[in-house]
Design a binder for this molecule. Structure first.
Ligand SMILES: [Zn+2]
Length: 400
């Protein structure tokens, strides 16, 4: 007798929703950062996944790209773009204002950042993955978008995700992510659940390629080795699924690619040399490939904009461009001015990654950069060609 499927890493179904059994096996695998440029000239599951194409990413990082995949909507529509956004009235760190009299040597140390990280995770409701990647002195002005597990129902703040819809419809689903599993464990657990539960919707988020490509995107042997691991493991998963449902569907996709870094740029030094003060004159968050600014007086706006205009390593994005890319927010919560580095450049200093982080590959460039394209591989040809990563959502919706 087959026991009922064990549901992994997911919230409960909507109370009262009758369980609608699946008629087959639907497998969706997200491999973080596996860009089209790394697959287009390689053999990788070609026999099993004959439909192969690049997908245009969303400008930003996984924090913006994955919610787009899960909702089919742009960041401006679902509310998720970068992790930190300006929200002084509702900041979970408002109380830190009472400690701002402390000098930086006491306020911004490895120990205080670790303490804030643990508080964020355990006391302030910021989820188990919260990292203190904005200086503590500025945290009281910011809120954090990824408070919930985005791979569960209710995880996206501004729109229902595929998991909300499956829950509402009473369709059980299995999710495997780095919240609980390494890639090998996720694949193993999915196979175990397939054997036990059979038909169903399986969503695997495999995260380890991202870290590998950040450090080895120019090392074809390392990439081949990791791809061999994925190919072998997925082949076993697909064979098992086919044994249960000969019409099983397999879809493999990614959120963005990885661009080799060729130069670093120290943006902070010329901006700090202007001697404006945060948060009195302006606020800035420096991510790896972009800087986001909010201004509180015209002098700061004018002078900082001047430094950015003179820089040849990147450019300020116009409102029209932000609108076109689905990242224009009326209330400017993610920045009044967004400065984006050209592909291959990296900010030498940033809030996003701690000291000791020295990648040779990065993502978060303009989606026109060919290295930024994600992938879409499937054993079924979609009825309508896919354009962007958000289109993956519709493929998941249509899986019945
Ligand atoms: Zn990454």
């Amino acid at each position: 007798m087959i026991s009922p499927p064990v549901l992994k890493d997911q919230k409960k179904q909507t109370p009262g929703a009758a369980v609608r059994p699946w008629a087959g096996v639907r497998i969706f695998v997200l491999i973080d950062a596996l860009g089209w440029s790394y697959l287009e000239n390689r053999e990788f599951l070609d026999d099993l996944l004959p439909h192969r194409q690049p997908l245009r990413t969303v400008l930003g990082f996984s924090s913006g790209a994955i919610p787009s995949i899960l909702t089919g909507l742009t960041p401006a529509q679902n509310g998720h773009w970068n992790l930190f956004y300006l929200d002084p009235d509702n900041s979970p760190f408002r109380w830190l204002r009472y400690f701002l009299f402390l000098p930086d040597r006491l306020l911004d140390t490895r120990v205080t950042r670790k303490l804030l990280k643990e508080m964020g995770r355990r006391l302030l409701g910021l989820g188990p993955l919260f990292e203190c990647s904005v200086t503590p002195r500025l945290l009281p002005w910011f809120n954090y978008v990824e408070k919930r597990n985005i791979y569960a129902a209710g995880g996206i703040t501004g729109a229902p995700s595929i998991f909300d819809q499956l829950s509402t419809e009473g369709r059980p689903y299995h999710v495997y992510s780095y919240h609980r599993f390494s890639d090998a464990q996720a694949l193993e657990q999915a196979r175990r659940d397939l054997r036990r539960g059979g038909n169903g919707f399986y969503f695997l988020y495999l995260s380890e390629m991202d870290s590998l490509l950040h450090h080895y995107c120019l090392d074809p042997l390392k990439i081949d080795e990791k791809l061999r691991f994925y190919a072998d493991e997925l082949r076993k998963l697909f064979a098992l699924a086919r044994g249960i449902d000969p019409g099983a569907s397999f879809t493999l996709f990614s959120d963005h690619g990885m661009t080799p870094i060729h130069a670093r740029f120290d943006l902070l030094t010329p901006i700090e040399a202007l001697r404006f003060s945060m948060p009195r004159d302006y606020l800035a968050v420096y991510d790896s490939t972009m800087a986001r600014f909010w201004f509180f007086n015209d002098r700061a706006r004018h002078a900082i904009s001047g430094v950015l205009q003179e820089s040849s390593c990147g450019r300020v994005l116009s409102d029209a461009e932000l609108r076109g890319m689905g990242i224009y927010f009326e209330d400017a919560r993610y920045g009044q001015l967004i400065y984006l580095l050209h592909p291959g450049w990296l900010l030498a200093r940033s809030d996003f990654n701690g000291t000791g982080w020295n990648p040779i590959g990065m993502h978060g460039y303009h989606p026109d950069d060919p290295y930024s394209d994600g992938i879409f591989l499937s054993n079924c040809t979609p009825p309508v060609p896919l354009q962007t990563i958000a289109d993956v959502y519709y493929r998941m919706r249509e899986a019945k």
